[in-house]
Design a protein around this ligand. Structure first.
Ligand code: FAD
Length: 503
């Protein structure tokens, strides 16, 4: 049978390693590839929306080069699909598996093909090996993956040949009805968008990957903890936004790294680049199986904590007005550029939660969801759980200092001076603690603390000590309520002493 296929682009905004798209083009006489924008279900801010629109335009361009096109429809998929199925006489629907709970799986009376290509492994297979439960440590995940062997190789990229005999009926009116909208049309003010440092799309993703992979020694020596949160140009790959939207296939990235590693000495997981992709897998597997993963209530792995309800503190943190220049510089970079280094995320997440402000990680999660270009439900949630000491991470007594942490890699405060120009003329001695500068120094720097830049909203030494006590109490309470041991599992028991893992 020759099908009339719809390939539904959700993530996976690419032609390379897209097995569901290839399946759509097989035995197919008519192909329609839509993307459904559902603005009201999306918390993404303006920078992330621009990234998505870039990615859609790029995808549309690539499809048009092959005589096809992208159909961008707006609305809720449940309502849009019946209409499209009818209008296009659809007999087959293909899409990439999405493990997020919001991703819908519906039977519309057409053949449905789902393919795994957003993760290295099929999370359902990983979970099946572990009695249906998420592995709660990285080591545990590694032992399960060892049973599965290396990830699958990427599928071949869609080419004109795959589309032989398969037509996308394009009409002039489609340019009006199904074109990629502008930021204005999504209700955004383009004047508010930040610098265009990371253009979206498969073309940009593959070009970025190629450039990075030319740096053989850097790739082989990559050790995440040795990369710098304060570096003025990124010290890690910044492939995360491309992986989030699937402009880049994680399997393509994995196997490109593998080629470089062949015959060379190289770093190992968890700190290597392969190791970073396994962290991604770790949190995807957790997100796919832990109930209520993105909230504290009803989440079985999450420490139950009575966080403070303090909208002023949350607002100050979000806006980069805490009075701690290192924290405020990071939040400014996040707001304006949409990407910050992993350890910078550590610093601000710890500060908001167990470190200083004792505000719930769920609030931080929402802010990151809006501001990050790479905001990814599973990764964002898993990392917030980790940093807030709510799950996975047990060294809750290790608190990042908002004063000394940044100094480790940036004694002079160049990073702060870049993102908080109001402080740029402070002497190095005071750049991390401007409130300690004598009045005359503040005057010479052209910035009076309390007038032009805020006083610290909490005293770190006092707040962190108090919060440590509260954390201990929450953990003690959990220990008294601890459930009986879990049943036997197919691999080794998960109930061991908490492990310290390099994250
Ligand atoms: P690289 O170091 O170059 O790593 C390559 C890839 O590995 C990344 O692109 C990412 O896909 C994966 N990776 C690296 N570190 C992690 C990690 N700790 N957990 C899971 N995957 C990882 N990452 C997101 O992609 N989306 C998020 O929404 C997100 N939210 C986070 C929230 C908090 C509080 C923290 C502490 C971390 C969060 N991370 C998130 C993880 C990590 O910070 C980013 O993946 C990384 O900084 C992206 O930069 P990169 O691509 O240069 O990373």
């Amino acid at each position: 049978m020759q099908h009339s296929s719809i390939h539904w682009f959700r993530k996976g905004l690419r032609l390379h390693d897209n097995p569901a798209l290839l399946a759509a083009a097989t035995n197919c006489r008519r192909l329609h590839p839509p993307f459904i924008l559902h603005p009201s279900s999306n918390r993404a801010g303006i920078n992330a929306q621009r990234f998505l629109l870039d990615a859609l335009r790029d995808l549309d361009g690539s499809l048009q080069e092959m005589g096809s096109r992208l159909f961008v429809a707006q609305g809720c998929p449940e309502e849009v699909f019946p209409h499209l199925f009818h209008a296009w006489g659809t007999t087959r629907l293909t899409f990439e598996v999405d493990t997020e709970p919001s991703a819908c799986r519906r039977d519309h009376g057409v053949e449905v093909i789902r393919e795994v290509s957003h993760t290295l492994y099929d999370t359902e297979r990983v979970l099946a090996l572990n009695d249906g439960k998420a592995p709660l440590t990285y080591k545990r995940l590694q032992s399960l993956l060892a049973l599965l062997g290396p990830p699958e190789k990427p599928a071949p990229a869609l080419t004109q040949e795959h589309l032989q005999g398969c037509l996308t009926p394009c009409q002039a009116s489609h340019d009006g009805d199904y074109r990629v909208p502008t930021l204005e049309e999504l209700g955004q003010d383009p004047a508010k968008v930040g610098p265009h440092l990371y253009p979206g799309g498969e073309t940009a993703a593959l070009a970025r990957l190629d450039t990075l992979m030319e740096r053989t020694a850097w790739v082989c020596n990559f050790k995440k903890p040795e990369t710098e949160p304060t570096s003025l140009s990124p010290s890690t790959t910044v492939l995360s936004p491309y992986l989030k939207f699937g402009c880049l296939s994680v399997r393509t990235f994995w196997w490109r790294l593998d080629e470089i590693y062949q015959g060379r000495e190289h770093s190992q997981p968890p700190v290597s680049l392969h190791g970073q992709l396994l962290w991604r897998e770790f949190f995807y597997t957790a997100g796919a199986s832990i109930p209520n993963f993105d909230r504290m209530a009803g989440n079985p792995v999450c420490l139950q904590v009575e966080w403070d309800d303090n909208p002023q503190h949350l607002h100050a943190w979000r806006e980069g007005r805490t009075g701690y220049p290192f924290i405020d510089a990071i939040m400014t970079q996040l707001r304006t550029e949409g990407w910050i280094h992993h350890l910078a995320r550590h610093a601000v997440a710890c500060f908001l939660t167990r470190g200083d402000l004792w505000v719930s990680w769920e609030e931080g999660l929402k802010v990151f969801e809006e501001l990050l270009l790479d905001a990814d439900w599973s990764l964002n949630t898993g990392n917030w759980l980790w940093l807030s000491g709510s799950a996975f991470f047990h060294r809750y007594f290790h608190v990042y200092s908002p004063i000394t942490f940044g100094k480790k890699t940036d004694q002079d405060g160049a990073y702060i001076r870049k993102y908080l120009p109001i402080l740029k003329d402070f002497p190095t001695k005071y750049i991390y603690e401007p409130w300690k500068a004598p009045q005359a120094v503040q005057e010479r720097a052209g910035c009076l603390v309390g007038t032009h830049y805020p006083q610290p909203i909490v005293e770190h030494g006092v707040a962190s000590k108090r919060n440590l006590g509260r954390m201990k109490a929450a953990r003690a309470q959990k220990d008294t309520k601890r459930e009986p041991p879990a049943g036997p599992s197919t691999v080794k028991s998960q109930r061991k002493k908490p492990k310290i893992e390099q994250h």
